[in-house]
Design a protein around this ligand. Structure first.
Ligand code: CA
Ligand code: CA
Ligand code: CA
Length: 238
């Protein structure tokens, strides 16, 4: 698509009627835009490292799901919170909906990915509390290292500080690795205090990203192209 656009420019009849310097200028701009679009294209590719991170396959393909007796885990198109909030996906047509059993029995979905230092996970999560104080059920996103030691909790919600039966909003979260390892991303929910009035955790748009050196190189080339264009403009004006 991008290459086609570039070729279309090369064959553009308008080009031959333009002064030569103008043509070069426009050509450089095209090449710069091409390089920049390539950068974003490659970043998009790198973001797809988690398998089925946004649950668009319509099930838990790629995820290891732990569903205790009495709990449930589904991939759904929508969900109505106890408070009446109608939740729809953050991205695409589907999201994961985990329901508690309990008490302190965790319903989870996990996926592992090797990340270098500077690689990261991100996603969106929401909590539908369907209980009342002091039964402060909890939903969370946790990151474990290669030996399954907890290294971070980039998102968690409970009933604490919220009105009974609270419907929490979709909230973005992210976490960046400071050392290379095989990390496990865990999405979870649990009852606290009893095993009734089950709450839900909602999860969507999970991605794992490894920044690529080629991406930085292309970005650099694009910037060099643009700065060259700027100099030419200044020179002509002078
Ligand atoms: Ca989705
Ligand atoms: Ca609720
Ligand atoms: Ca509960």
């Amino acid at each position: 698509m991008r290459i086609a656009a570039l070729l279309a420019y090369e064959n553009c009849p308008l080009d031959s009627s333009q002064p030569k310097t103008g043509g070069v200028k426009v050509k450089k701009l095209f090449i710069s835009l091409f390089a920049i679009s390539l950068v974003f294209g490659m970043t998009g590719m790198a973001s797809a490292l988690l398998v089925n991170g946004g649950f668009e396959i319509g099930d838990f393909t790629g995820w290891t799901v732990n569903v205790p007796h009495g709990a449930s885990a589904g991939v759904v198109a929508n969900h109505t919170g106890w408070g009446g909030t109608f939740y729809t996906p953050v991205e695409g047509s589907w999201f994961a909906l985990l329901k508690t059993d309990g008490p302190a029995t965790y319903t989870t979905a996990r996926q592992s990915l090797s990340l270098p230092a500077g690689g990261w996970f991100s996603g969106h999560a929401a909590f539908d509390w369907r209980d009342y104080d002091p039964y402060n059920d909890v939903a969370y996103v946790k990151i474990y290292d290669g030996s399954m030691a907890l290294v971070a909790t980039p998102w968690s919600e409970s009933g604490v500080g919220h009105p009974d039966y609270w419907d929490g909003p979709w909230t973005p979260w992210s976490w960046t690795a400071t050392a290379p390892d095989t990390y496990t991303l865990e999405l979870g929910v649990a009852n606290i205090g009893d095993s009734v009035l089950d709450s839900y955790g909602l999860f969507d748009a999970n991605v794992g990203v490894i920044p690529e050196p080629t991406t930085m190189l292309l970005l650099g080339l694009g910037l060099v192209g643009l700065s060259g264009l700027g100099r030419k403009k200044i020179f002509k004006r002078g």
